[in-house]
Design a protein around this ligand. Structure first.
Ligand code: PNS
Length: 163
């Protein structure tokens, strides 16, 4: 049986921490779907189309990585896609509490779906999409923390960055 995993998130924007987790996921699971949450409540910096385009471009050489969007309950999406696993990254102890709650809630909603936590490489453990946006917009360097395409797109949005 081949194992299909869903890696859900906002990806606003995709960071090298996400890329690292997806790459690790491809070594453990047969296929992985990067599932971008359609969240009408938040005002994202990157539109859904941009986030899809970026993730597809970054993983274009990976046949076993698919990029998709979802709304509603994550477990319903996972079931619809006939996937067995939800992948989440754990960066630090601070992530644990909220991730633990989500995993247990998802387990209650659908006990047949397993959540698997993966640790990113050490150098990515402090990165988050929120920090990337904040640091970049205040003129800080984010080189090496996000894919080059994301850096380009951040510059394209007219946000400041020091050389
Ligand atoms: O990148 P994020 O913002 O940490 O991802 C959070 C995400 C998308 C995994 C979470 O908000 C989610 O699963 N939302 C879908 C709605 C849902 O199923 N909520 C109940 C989860 S316990």
């Amino acid at each position: 049986m081949s194992t299909l995993a869903v890696y859900p998130g906002s990806f606003d924007p995709l960071t090298n921490g996400h890329v690292d987790i997806i790459s690790r996921g491809t070594r453990v699971f047969d296929r992985i779907i990067v599932a971008i949450l359609v969240n009408a409540e938040k005002a994202p910096l990157f539109s859904m189309d941009e986030r899809i385009e970026i993730a597809r471009e970054v993983f274009k050489a990976h046949q076993n990585v698919e990029v998709d969007t979802f709304d509603g309950l994550l477990v319903d999406y996972v079931e619809r896609r006939h996937a067995q696993v939800i992948v989440r990254g754990l960066r630090a102890v601070s992530d644990f509490e909220v991730e633990f709650q989500m995993a247990l809630m998802n387990q209650r909603l659908n006990p047949t779906i397993e959540t698997v936590f993966m640790m990113p490489a050490e150098q990515y453990t402090y990165i988050s999409s929120r920090l990337i946006k904040e640091v970049f917009s205040l003129g800080g360097r984010v080189q090496g923390l996000v894919p080059e395409l994301v850096e380009e797109r951040l510059r394209g949005k007219g946000l400041a960055q020091k050389k």
